[in-house]
Design a protein around this ligand. Structure first.
Ligand SMILES: [Zn+2]
Length: 511
């Protein structure tokens, strides 16, 4: 059986995680990992923070703090927020010397393949400051979808936009300053040279990519593929170790694979492995498969450029699964720090038991399209589909405690087997879906809630409640932690008798 490397790429270290981040990749990666582990699969989960994008510089300027301070503070907030909602990665990427070394080493090897090219590329340039304006430093219209935004990955259409291609570019930090285009020699990875291999690779992923990513990939491959920059003529970032581009930095959005390799190495080490190098788990003979969880607007950098870099290097396994998500909104508006809105997972988990937070985020998660968070809906949905039905089930089990052991019928073992199959279908990484997990959970709980238990089937009922709880454990981590001595999911139900035990109740949100 292959070891699965679950990766939720780190957010830019320019603030805390909001609920949109959590309901998207992070909760999904955590739930997927917990389920896989409970069925005996070998799985590692890595995430962290990404420290080198120049969004950190522009946000820091707005907040009036040094960017180095902002990124360290943000990393601590992200770790706290993940812990507050019970998202428990094995590895967490921080900015340190080892990360810098991994990135430099990765690009030295890529450079050594001879597949990077030195090209004259046009960039917006601010003549009065002498600064090249890339990514977060420049705003304008997207030449693909016309949305207003920065250069780089367009969060609206998902295409990668070269800084010089923005319509009517202007400086983010100095919006009234003049901007002209100026050429500079940088190192690029010409993606067009890898077209054939990319087409074949994505054809192999077609069966499991979600529709939005599949459409984006189709669009991207239907037009000329860009020369993707590997170095940029700016000062924020990891210095590029190449004399022909002296003084330049590695492009932050080219670090995707180096970041991912580092992240999985940290995860393996935390679980006791001793690795010779950060990329060891990615060797094509390492017996691993990579499953990414990210917002579909990150698809270009991680899926397309990532695959092209791995193909250029050779000898590595290519990612097997991309579990993407769309935007999650707050009261039908973009998440923001506007007053009166609970927006971070930490704030919400301080008021609402985290099992309820996890269930509601799963039930409303933006798996396939934009979805919405609403506090009143959280109370209603968790109350009617989870807390009250579960507490009625607890009361029914309590009526039989101290009367065991009770027999379990063949019919009940068969029913439990079907329940295991339904949950497995929702949790399986190939078709993983948080909303399908939450739906299965509430449907199975409703069935147990409707059950009128009598002396003839009390053993069956208690047995199916226990199997249900094992299946729900990746979402309801605290409930399962209190109720179950161990949280494995059986391959096939073979229980012949049960001794009913008192089960913990769930608390309502109470506000
Ligand atoms: Zn766009």
């Amino acid at each position: 059986m292959k070891r699965t490397l679950v990766i939720a790429p780190g957010p830019t270290a320019n603030g805390d995680l909001h609920l949109g981040h959590l309901a998207g990749p992070f909760l999904a990666a955590d739930v997927c990992t917990r389920y896989a582990r409970s069925t005996g699969q070998d799985v590692l989960f890595g995430t962290g923070v990404h420290f080198t994008q120049n969004y950190i510089v522009t946000t820091a300027r707005r907040l009036g703090v040094p960017p180095e301070e902002l990124r360290v503070r943000s990393a601590a907030q992200v770790e706290d927020t993940l812990a507050a909602v019970g998202i428990d990665p094995d590895g967490f990427v921080r900015f340190d010397d080892r990360y810098v070394k991994t990135v430099r080493h990765f690009f030295e090897r890529l450079h050594g393949t001879g597949k990077l090219r030195l090209r004259a590329v046009k960039f917006p340039y601010a003549p009065h400051t002498g600064a090249y304006l890339t990514d977060a430093y420049v705003r304008g219209g997207c030449p693909v979808c016309l949305a207003e935004g920065c250069a780089g990955l367009c969060e609206n259409c998902g295409h990668w936009i070269a800084s010089a291609d923005l319509i009517a570019p202007r400086s983010t930090l100095d919006p009234d300053g003049p901007v002209e285009l100026r050429e500079q020699q940088v190192l690029v990875l010409p993606l067009e040279e890898h077209r054939e291999a990319l087409v074949e690779y994505f054809a192999g992923r077609a069966a499991t990519m979600r529709p939005r990513l599949a459409q984006m990939i189709e669009e991207i491959l239907s037009r000329p593929l860009p020369d993707y920059p590997v170095t940029l003529p700016i000062s924020w970032g990891i210095p590029a170790p190449f004399p022909e581009v002296a003084g330049q930095v590695i492009y932050a959005d080219a670090e995707t694979i180096a970041w991912s390799m580092h992240c999985t190495a940290l995860a393996a080490e935390r679980r006791g492995a001793v690795l010779g190098a950060d990329d060891e788990l990615w060797f094509s003979d390492a017996g691993t498969q990579v499953a990414y969880f990210f917002g579909s607007d990150a698809g270009f950098a991680f899926a397309v450029v990532g695959a092209a870099m791995l193909l250029a290097l050779g000898g590595y396994t290519l990612p097997e699964h991309f579990v993407t998500n769309e935007f999650y909104e707050l009261d039908h508006d973009k998440f923001s720090t506007s007053r009166g809105h609970v927006v971070t997972g930490r704030e919400l988990a301080a008021e609402v038991p985290r099992d309820l937070v996890r269930f509601y985020l799963a039930a409303t998660g933006p798996d396939f399209q934009r979805t919405n968070f609403n506090r009143a809906a959280l109370e209603h949905v968790t109350g009617t589909r989870l807390v009250r039905p579960w507490n009625r089930v607890v009361d029914k089990v309590a009526a039989w405690t101290g009367r065991g052991p009770l027999p379990v019928s063949e019919r009940s073992r068969a029913a439990a087997g079907l329940m295991l199959e339904r949950f497995a279908a929702a949790y399986d990484v190939r078709r993983f879906s948080l909303t399908a997990v939450a739906f299965t959970l509430s449907e199975q709980l409703a069935r147990l809630d409707r059950w009128e238990v009598g002396p003839g089937d009390a053993g069956d009922f208690c047995h199916e409640v226990e199997v249900f709880l094992r299946c729900a454990a990746p979402v309801l981590i605290d409930l399962a932690g209190q109720a179950l001595p161990e949280r494995t999911v059986p391959a096939r139900p073979d229980t012949v008798q049960v001794t009913p035990v008192r089960l913990p109740r769930l608390a309502e949100t109470g506000s």
